[in-house]
Design a protein around this ligand. Structure first.
Ligand code: S3P
Length: 178
């Protein structure tokens, strides 16, 4: 039997499509889909916007790290991480454990098109701020095992590319052992 990763963790900037793509990848692999941000909100009983407002970003990053730890104990999961999670060294290390990490690389213009101006993402400021934040985070995203271009194509197409990569890696590892 080919060896599959316990988890596939999608990383990348806000608006890169981690949740939409992740749901499809999970269905294709027969894994469960987990949205880190939603799990944090459920556990805290508050929205991310309220957590940032009441306790600040540092407190949010602690909740995020705790959630990464909880997820690292679950198998057969596709995880959509929050856009800042992989830029936090401790959280990144936890997310990498037993997982294939996938960077959904996306241009800043697509990000602007995809993010609603509804205040749900406290770090989605004006375009200059977002551009600077993406540039600051790219070196972290690059640490993912694989990168896919998420700027073009539907979530389904991006998901198929990811499934192809995962299956390719699995096959390679199995044949290398023979
Ligand atoms: C954040 C991205 C958000 C969410 C929070 C902080 C970030 O996740 O975790 O608002 O630091 O970029 P999405 O990438 O799902 O929007």
């Amino acid at each position: 039997m080919p060896e599959r990763p316990s988890r596939v963790v999608l990383v990348g900037f806000m608006g890169s499509g981690k949740s939409a793509v992740g749901r499809i990848v999970a269905r294709r692999l027969g894994y469960r889909f987990e949205d880190m941000d939603l799990r944090i909100e459920r556990r805290a009983g508050r929205t991310i916007a309220v957590i940032f407002e009441e306790e600040g970003e540092e407190a949010f990053r602690r909740l995020e790290r705790d959630e990464a730890l909880a997820l690292s104990r679950l198998a057969e999961r596709v995880v959509a991480s929050g856009g800042g999670a992989f830029a936090q060294p401790e959280t990144r290390k936890i997310l990498q454990r037993g997982a294939v990490t996938v960077w959904l690389r996306c241009g800043i213009d697509q990000v602007f098109d995809r993010i609603p101006a509804d205040g749900s993402r406290p770090l989605a400021g004006n375009r200059d701020i977002m551009r600077a934040l993406l540039a600051q985070r790219e070196p972290s995203y690059r640490m993912a095992d694989v990168a896919v271009d998420a700027s073009a194509g539907s979530p389904r197409e991006v998901a198929e590319r990811i499934v192809g990569l995962i299956e390719g890696r699995t096959r390679k590892r199995t044949s290398a052992r023979r």
